[in-house]
Write a protein that binds this ligand. Sequence first.
Ligand code: ADP
Ligand code: MG
Length: 845
Amino acid sequence: MEHESKQILENSGIKTTGSMVASSEDEAIEMSTNLGYPVVLKIVSPDVVHKTDSGGVKLNLTNEADVRKAYQDILSRFKTERIIGISVQKMAFPGLEAIIGVTRDASFGPVLMFGLGGIFAEVLKDVTFRVLPISEDSLDEMIEEIKGYSLLKGYRGQSIDISALKGLLIKVSNLAIMYPEIAELELNPVILYPSGYLAVDARMFVDFAPSKSALEVPKKKETLFQLFYPQSIAVLGATDSKGKLGYNVMWNLISHQFPGKLYPVNSHKETVLGLKAYKSILDVEDPVDTAIIIVPAGAAPKAIEDCCEKGVKFLVVESAGFAETGEAGRKIQSDIKELIIRKGCRLLGPNCSGIINTHHNMVQSIGVIDQLRKGNIGLIAQAGVYAAGILTGLRNVLDFGIIATIGNKMDVSEADILEFMGQDQNIEVIALYMEDVTSGQRFVDVAGQVSQKKPVIVLKAGRTEAGKKAVSSHTASMAGSDEINSAAFRQSGVIRARDNEHLFSLLRAFSKQPLPKGPGVLVVTYTGSLGVAATDMLYTSNLRLSELESYLKKRIASCLDDYLNIQNPVDCSFSMNPEQVKKIIEIGVQSKDVHSLIVIVQGEMLDSYVDTLTGINYMGKPVLCCVACKEFMMEHVIRMEQKGIPVYSTPEMAAEVLGEMHRYSLQHHKIRIKSLDRFLEDNSFTIANRKVRLRLLTQRDMDLWMEFVNSCSPRSLWLRFLSPFSATPEIAQRFCNINPDEEVAVAAEITEEGRKKLIAIARLITCQPRDEVEYAVIVTDSWQQQKLGRMLSKACLNLAKHLDVRVVNAETIQENFPIVRVLNHFHFKIESKERNMILMSLELK
Ligand code: ADP
Ligand code: MG
């Protein structure tokens, strides 16, 4: 009940309106006098959940008479309910009402909900969820994500105390993490103020039976490398009777030229498909990395036991007939689980279609699979049939690296495979097709880490309301399983696809094209109306049309018929032809404001565009093609796709996909900047009793940067830039607005009389090959000869190591003694000297 819940909250340092309960009118008066008027009286009864609805809340009582009247009135309304007493609390000042709750999800464990109170939450459902525990960044996003955020930022001219709100959210989260018996917890409302907050109502449901996810034992860290790249495979249930699954698996392994050893196991055969067969896996003399099991479910436990005895670490159970079929199958499955835990091996499936790894020429599928091209996509699918089904058609336009089917995922889960694919260099984009997420919290952790490195796209079936359970709190009722899925996906930075079509559209672009480095898009079209459709969707997807420099516009105009006016979208009209488009694109990609391109071409002429479009140098900018009704010229679409340009039927889809790529790229930058900043913060140091803070130089530093340049003598600037150098706003823009994937600029900052000031700047610029950087540093004159250059360089070299840089190069002139001394100090070697230039380099281990 409210008073008990508030007591628990108070003990955890959460501010509430108190938990006093009066059992008589006189006691209520005494409490009110002690608290000071105005006060609030509320019914306390285990039978009343929504107190206001039944007249159990009396607000703003300003004197003794009010309190007496309210007390009697409440008692008179609850004749049949059990009454514990009447709660007496201080009337809180008005503020912004919010709702904060925790509920437990079957797969993700405790989840936190936040939203604004009243109609915002209940009618508009303007609430957001996060899986706990929650990071600081996630907390910020959560608060900023609700539609009512503008009310938090500026409510009646006053903003809400966001840091107090964050503190409260963390306390509520910690409470839920610390006490798994709290099944649901809700503060509704909490009143938020310009300074602080107050919880005026609280409710808690306790359940001492531990939830399923709390029982999951975290998996120990071990690599699944051998599962995906085995040197030897035994197939239990291999056969050469055509049409049987045990035949298909063997046929696939052999015809795709699996490079390791193959051991068919079949007690009735001497050979299978020309290979020596074994009566039992125990007869195989050499070690076996992986065993594929395709015997009937009833015989599986014995087969698995033999494999364990043989010392096989990885089992792929492709047979069906387990938990998916009913009680008997469930029993076999749980016996097997117990067995593999005892023996310490890992199992994929059962009821799956194994693994395809084109980079290892390994196809374990139960369906016959033809030739595959090697690719950079990792696909994790629950059902084997799904994986095989999409392969048949999609292998024309998508190139897979690894396809893993997880079936009943008794042991190896989507999170385990995701983690492996995250580390596999052959995989650059990962797609997941899932019906349920069993690895819950671990999935959020793993996906969060992997999506920082490569895009992860998820299609999760089951978006309907059907999954919602009968629950008591608002929090739980708003936490239909799909809201939690969405929250978990957002939190871990994965991209959620709407449906299969959307998934494949995203995959085609993410796997073939580079990410855009900005929002500007150049659209080239043969018809204005498709250009308009693309434009609309660009703006909806947080992109925009590029603004071309006027000299480029003039050059494009010369490619167009006179009557056409040049603007973006560039409308070439129906006479558009491949050579013309090539010229326009080659001019367009030179624009600083063109970050990506959409080319809309005539379907009937697609054939003539393929070689031209795929032969253009797009200067690292992504290009997507749109062909209305492409379904009818698949031959040319496939040719274009295989040469690396994705083709969409509608300009809207092309624009939407581009928007998703841009969003991922922004998110990726944000995370990278944060992690670089954290690293630099840890490498900050003290010189001459002054704290020197290291951080990334950003666009916000333009003024500080100009000041810094002006504080350097012309000689220092000349030594650094090897030409006269002055700080103009344009140059400041160029030097501060940095793409963190290409260049890291480290600012050394001190605080002087309360003002921040830059005293040195160092740069690590990525060059080809990608694991080499160019290093340069400049220290302002008044800080020279104090070892600042050395300290800063030490931090930068640490950073380079942290970023897996192999070689650091530095080029300077010989007169730049301070720098040459610093480089010598760190054992840079002289690579070349030419006139007075000197190139030094350092190999990092
Ligand atoms: P219930 O949710 O069970 O109907 P609440 O305790 O939340 O009851 O009270 C209903 C509403 O009354 C709250 O949403 C809040 O607006 C207001 N209220 C409740 N307690 C106080 C209080 N101590 N000070 C100010 N307003 C309150
Ligand atoms: Mg309430």
